[in-house]
Design a protein around this ligand. Structure first.
Ligand code: WT7
Length: 645
């Protein structure tokens, strides 16, 4: 495959950027010509951010799986689409060619149909990182069902809330999942999530770990049996095909839940055409993908990074995507490097938290690893500190691989701000320049564009985007008003990212982190309000306040201030009970790193918790806590500060 829209020089980038702003419709129409459509669009773009309503390529008909699979078969059928590396390095690798992927996705689409799934139905997918997860996702897309993948680290309660919010009728899961030395009993978590559920009709279970599971008659079916049956149904003269559903450009493709600053997670909805165009375009341009390159994105498909840069972007570009079931530190901290050498990986895309964690093991695990296939490195998920950037550059890239620092969000669907590998310059800690079509701007708290520069010539403000790019979120499932208030109401006619940023005189951006009450723990987004709600569920807890603090490996750690009614009890036990409660309600990823028991919280006279003060205390600041005279009980601050853990 060739990519006529591939940017190969700085001048070309500048040219493309300029054109994308002057005439966005013309620009994106030309890019969209490189995809397979059943029918082309009537209109390239119509939008307003006040409702919000955004439509890209409206009137067009397509199926994303024909772009990710079918269009490659004639010339690349035998090329690996997915190379799967098992958790246990002794186990056999699986290489899934485009032909094989086509067959499996068709079979699974038939399985879905046989089990009553129709276009528009919501299918929840809760699986480990096995190729069948990709078949399940693409099978849904083929039949036009809306998938909602839930990360394997979420608890039964979190799943139950998501199933309910999405009104999901089907689940695809595994008996269990392997992650490092652990077996996670996924089906049993699903069984707990389904107690009291009224919408789920069928659960399809793939066998991975052979852990015992309870299969409920009439509801639960085995993946393997269903696939064999579907194969027989579809088989005609040795080949099989399942006709892809014809989708409207703006039909929803998937829902992915993510945390916000208030209440329960939001179901971010992405649509078919815009998401496809953007993930493919950014995959090719940011990673400077060359046909034949082996691309290894280490994310879990339970997060947006895996959706966009393991599955949809690479496959639509006809690339070879490595999918890894395990974790970077098992059986030892050289695992990523072994995988790079084993498959001669050319592009490695990972998270700063993984880099920092591996850095902590020193250079021993790198001994004897070649890493000479690597051409391009990437990071995503949080700001990368310079120390980690240089370690990555020197020890992994051997100073010859450009590093792309890619800034984006679940809501943006794909990368919005990043250097382009080998094409535009990189700069440690800076995501640098926006992709064509992306118009970031910095505003102050009143919504005015920031003009003032500091002594370095940097502007500083809240990061907003002025106009839609093709894969902007379309709504939050079942509650459009929530989408509006969350993203489009803070500043009129702007999409607000929730991040703060700096911009230098050349236009480069450095993302400094969230400015709302959302934490970024090991690249995972966690709302402080959600963690507080979970802590408050524990019987002994009167009230709690959660803030983030700098953490060497995780980026941010979770610090909880807790008022405990059980003042004569065993603090250590209460602490453990709270951790257990959070694990039950959200999942182990949301467990506080530190819990401090306090007698009160710093509140204003109107009852609002002054988180600013708590953040400072959590960070270890004892002196400059700011103005505390407006507090109901200023004395509490000194007390909390003294008891810091
Ligand atoms: C938040 C989005 C998008 C994939 C993974 C996270 C932070 C993401 C960067 C980066 C600095 C970054 C932001 C953003 N973030 N990439 N390169 N530099 N910060 O997706 O869970 O939706 O989180 O991650 O704070 O808002 P997410």
């Amino acid at each position: 495959m060739s990519y006529p829209y591939q940017i190969t020089s700085l001048e070309q980038y500048q040219e493309a950027y300029k054109k994308s702003l002057e005439d966005p419709e013309k620009f994106w129409q030309a890019v969209a010509e490189n995809f397979q459509w059943r029918k082309k669009w009537d209109n390239v773009l119509s939008w307003n951010f006040s409702q919000p309503k955004v439509e890209w390529f409206s009137g067009a008909k397509l199926n994303i799986t024909e772009n990710c699979i079918d269009r490659h078969l004639a010339v690349m059928g035998d090329k690996p689409a997915i190379i799967w590396e098992p958790n246990n390095p002794e186990e056999r690798t699986r290489v899934v060619t485009y032909n094989r992927l086509h067959k499996r996705v068709c079979q699974f689409a038939q399985v879905l149909k046989n089990n009553g799934v129709k276009k528009g139905d919501r299918v929840c997918i809760y699986m480990g990182m096995v190729p069948e997860l990709a078949y399940a996702i693409l099978g849904c897309a083929r039949i036009g069902a809306i998938h909602s993948v839930i990360f394997g680290g979420f608890s039964a309660q979190s799943i139950a809330d998501r199933l309910d919010d999405a009104q999901a009728e089907f689940i695809v899961t595994c008996d269990g999942a392997y992650r490092g030395g652990k077996d996670i009993p996924l089906k049993s978590v699903i069984d707990d999530a389904l107690i009291g559920n009224k919408t789920i009709k069928k659960v399809i279970v793939y066998t991975r770990t052979r852990t015992p599971v309870s299969m409920i008659k009439g509801r639960d079916v085995w993946w393997e049996d269903e696939m064999l049956f579907a194969e027989d149904q579809l088989e005609k003269e040795g080949t099989i095909n399942f006709p892809a559903a014809e989708m409207d450009a703006e039909d929803p493709l998937f829902i992915l839940y993510t945390s916000g600053s208030t209440g329960k997670p939001k179901g971010v909805v992405h649509s078919c055409a815009g998401y496809m165009v953007w993930t493919t375009y950014t995959f090719v341009n940011v990673f400077n993908y060359q046909p034949g390159d082996i691309h290894f994105c280490t994310a879990d498909i339970g997060w947006i990074t895996g959706h966009s840069y393991i599955v949809y972007g690479p496959l639509s570009a006809g690339a070879t995507s490595v999918m890894f079931e395990g974790i970077p530190t098992w059986p030892d901290a050289g695992r990523f490097w072994d995988i790079v050498d084993k498959y001669k990986v050319n592009i490695l895309y990972t998270a700063p938290t993984a880099i920092r964690s591996l850095m902590g093991f020193g250079n021993g695990p790198l001994q004897g690893k070649h890493l000479d296939s690597l051409k391009i490195l990437g990071t995503v998920g949080e700001p990368i500190n310079e120390e980690a950037w240089h370690w990555y550059d020197e020890n992994v890239g051997k100073k010859k691989c450009p590093i792309v620092d890619t800034w984006w969000q679940t809501e943006t669907g794909g990368i919005l701000i990043s250097n382009l590998a080998g094409v535009t310059p990189s700069r440690p800690g800076w995501a640098t320049l926006p992709l064509p079509g992306v118009q970031p701007l910095l505003v102050d708290d009143q919504g005015n564009e920031v003009q003032d520069k500091d002594e370095n010539g940097y502007r500083k403000g809240n990061l907003c985007i002025k106009a839609p790019w093709p894969s902007i979120l379309r709504t939050t499932y079942g509650d459009h008003e929530r989408c509006r208030t969350n993203y489009f109401a803070a500043y009129p006619n702007l999409y607000f990212t929730g991040d703060g940023a700096l911009q230098d005189e050349a236009g480069n951006f450095r993302i400094t982190g969230r400015v709302d009450d959302v934490l970024n723990v090991s690249g995972h987004r966690i709302g402080t309000a959600e963690v507080e709600n979970a802590i408050n569920m524990h019987a002994g807890v009167v009230e709690s306040a959660v803030v983030g603090y700098p953490h060497d490996v995780k980026g941010q750690g979770i610090y909880a201030f807790v008022i405990d009614s059980n003042t004569h009890g065993d603090e250590e036990l209460t602490r453990k009970d709270i951790l257990q409660t959070v694990t039950r309600i959200i999942g182990p990823i949301a467990k506080p790193d530190k819990i401090q028991f306090v007698n009160g919280l710093p509140k204003t006279r109107s009852g609002k918790i002054m988180r600013r003060i708590l953040r400072k205390i959590a960070e270890g600041e004892t002196e400059n806590l700011g103005d505390i005279t407006t507090l109901l009980d200023p004395a509490i601050v000194a007390e909390i500060s003294k008891g810091r853990v």
